[in-house]
Design a protein around this ligand. Sequence first.
Ligand SMILES: *[C@@H]1O[C@H](CO)[C@@H](O)[C@H](O)[C@H]1NC(C)=O
Ligand SMILES: *[C@@H]1O[C@H](CO)[C@@H](O)[C@H](O)[C@H]1NC(C)=O
Ligand SMILES: *[C@@H]1O[C@H](CO)[C@@H](O)[C@H](O)[C@H]1NC(C)=O
Ligand SMILES: *[C@@H]1O[C@H](CO)[C@@H](O)[C@H](O)[C@H]1NC(C)=O
Ligand SMILES: *[C@@H]1O[C@H](CO)[C@@H](O)[C@H](O)[C@H]1NC(C)=O
Ligand SMILES: *[C@@H]1O[C@H](CO)[C@@H](O)[C@H](O)[C@H]1NC(C)=O
Ligand SMILES: *[C@@H]1O[C@H](CO)[C@@H](O)[C@H](O)[C@H]1NC(C)=O
Ligand SMILES: *[C@@H]1O[C@H](CO)[C@@H](O)[C@H](O)[C@H]1NC(C)=O
Ligand SMILES: *[C@@H]1O[C@H](CO)[C@@H](O)[C@H](O)[C@H]1NC(C)=O
Ligand SMILES: *[C@@H]1O[C@H](CO)[C@@H](O)[C@H](O)[C@H]1NC(C)=O
Ligand SMILES: *[C@@H]1O[C@H](CO)[C@@H](O)[C@H](O)[C@H]1NC(C)=O
Length: 452
Amino acid sequence: MRAHTNSTNPCLKILIFLILQTFLPFMTHFKNFKSEAKILTLPLKSQVIPSGYLPRPPNKLRFHHNVSLTVSITVGTPPQNVTLVIDTGSELSWLHCSNNTTNRVSSDPFFNPNLSSSYTPISCSSTTCTTRTRDFPIPASCDSNNHCHATLSYADASSSEGNLASDSFGFGGPINPGIVFGCMDSSISTNSDGDFNTTGLMGMNLGSLSLVSQLKIPKFSYCISGSDFSGILLLGESNISWVGSLNYTPLVQMSTPLPYFDRAAYSVRLMGIKVSDKLLNLSNIILAPDHTGAGQTMFDLGTQFTFLLGPVYSILREEFLSQTNSTLRVMDDPNFAFQLAMDLCYRVPLNQSKLPELPSVSLVFDGAEMRVSGEQVLYEVPSGIIGNDSVYCFTFGNSDLLGVESFIIGHHQQQNMWMEFDLVNSRVGLAHVQCDLVSQKVLGYGYLGPHD
Ligand SMILES: *[C@@H]1O[C@H](CO)[C@@H](O)[C@H](O)[C@H]1NC(C)=O
Ligand SMILES: *[C@@H]1O[C@H](CO)[C@@H](O)[C@H](O)[C@H]1NC(C)=O
Ligand SMILES: *[C@@H]1O[C@H](CO)[C@@H](O)[C@H](O)[C@H]1NC(C)=O
Ligand SMILES: *[C@@H]1O[C@H](CO)[C@@H](O)[C@H](O)[C@H]1NC(C)=O
Ligand SMILES: *[C@@H]1O[C@H](CO)[C@@H](O)[C@H](O)[C@H]1NC(C)=O
Ligand SMILES: *[C@@H]1O[C@H](CO)[C@@H](O)[C@H](O)[C@H]1NC(C)=O
Ligand SMILES: *[C@@H]1O[C@H](CO)[C@@H](O)[C@H](O)[C@H]1NC(C)=O
Ligand SMILES: *[C@@H]1O[C@H](CO)[C@@H](O)[C@H](O)[C@H]1NC(C)=O
Ligand SMILES: *[C@@H]1O[C@H](CO)[C@@H](O)[C@H](O)[C@H]1NC(C)=O
Ligand SMILES: *[C@@H]1O[C@H](CO)[C@@H](O)[C@H](O)[C@H]1NC(C)=O
Ligand SMILES: *[C@@H]1O[C@H](CO)[C@@H](O)[C@H](O)[C@H]1NC(C)=O
């Protein structure tokens, strides 16, 4: 996704354009997935990630987002357990690395390359180092050992240095050797509460260095529970018949690079939006990307909520407001916007045990629909108490307030959806399911680990 602080900054636009021109995402062939015809099932968990902990590639949103989905895998020989934030909007996976300890305990949030016999730094003359690093704010360079040196930047404009390296990754099935990742120095502040185990990030977009491309995964699927944010991630060809039939929408591909179009993103065609059953009148608005690539619609597990371009957001906001103004009390503070971009908020008395019935919001795609219903359309602002009321905000926000040029569908809105990313057929399949039940069933049927 394209993010910039000021929509009128031409230098940044040119820079982004040059980066895109130089480092095109390469679509890869998915035929030789090493675990072909096998499913790897991994439980998903959600964690509150302290703001500033995750470095953001230059092309990602700059705001702090809190709740992230994590998955536990192993890296190295012998395997070290690591917990990674899943991000379908980033390319390169990276780990916080530290050589300091001579042994590693399971709660240690660092990967220790010194304890892995299969750890191999990438040489700076390798093509991986020279051509394929579009997640970095500055191109990778050579360090004094001739290793590929990389920099990742954080939301607060600080940065983290490290090396590109390769090592063996395990997802519960056969070990996958030679996976390229960023081994970043761990001189970060892990916040005051040391109870924090996340080691890094798993990049899952369509770029050539993403895990999906490196593993040549033909398909992956996930399901995020609405109650406790747990869920499952399936890597590989899955045939989970009890999910029912999926509705498919094609992945949008762009043959020419455009400044605001992220060609490595999971991009789909948005056709309309409904509130309850009322289709919004968006007849004056073009929902497709324009000649700059602005107006792209993408699914992104690395973003918590959903953001729509200003003109569309305004119409949605107005309709949602008019359908809720008799049952909910709008917060009358024009200066308040939750996470900078969600400015439709309500005051709900603390002694009110449940929210009134809420209108659903449906995103209509070419061939499929995503209905966000019930309490999922609102989010209780943490520690947002005013008087005797708690504050709830609409979970759709305004991209314009973030300086973002796209429609981004975050993981909150993807709860209780079976989401299948079918890369061979270049499409996304969706079905409304109850993910806690499906997860139990999938895990309960012994789908944990490889299957024929
Ligand atoms: C993010 O998490 C921190 C705790 O790590 C919490 O204090 C803060 O309120 C959260 N922010 C949002 C916007 O949820
Ligand atoms: C690397 O590990 C070895 C033991 O395996 C230890 O002797 C050495 O001090 C470690 N190096 C660093 C930099 O921690
Ligand atoms: C590793 O050691 C260096 C130098 O001794 C120190 O500056 C750094 O903070 C240590 N890192 C961790 C994660 O302990
Ligand atoms: C890694 O996790 C597995 C499963 O949770 C556990 O059995 C194993 O002991 C852990 N290994 C290490 C080195 O902590
Ligand atoms: C970190 O790991 C320890 C030990 O595995 C566990 O008890 C603790 O709950 C974990 N913390 C978080 C925030 O997941
Ligand atoms: C950590 O250890 C690995 C493997 O021994 C080595 O390649 C790397 O340079 C070390 N990193 C630091 C910061 O000492
Ligand atoms: C999926 O499973 C169903 C029944 O369990 C079977 O009819 C179908 O052929 C399977 N599809 C694939 C692609 O394996
Ligand atoms: C939709 O809105 C446009 C103005 O934005 C208006 O001209 C048109 O009549 C509206 N269509 C319907 C069906 O309300
Ligand atoms: C609620 O919205 C409707 C439709 O926009 C409007 O007619 C009505 O006056 C509003 N009611 C309140 C209490 O704001
Ligand atoms: C909540 O408290 C207010 C006064 O603070 C009272 O008027 C209202 O009846 C209470 N509602 C419930 C559901 O108890
Ligand atoms: C909150 O409610 C209590 C009683 O339920 C009342 O005494 C108090 O005045 C209320 N506070 C505000 C700010 O309304």
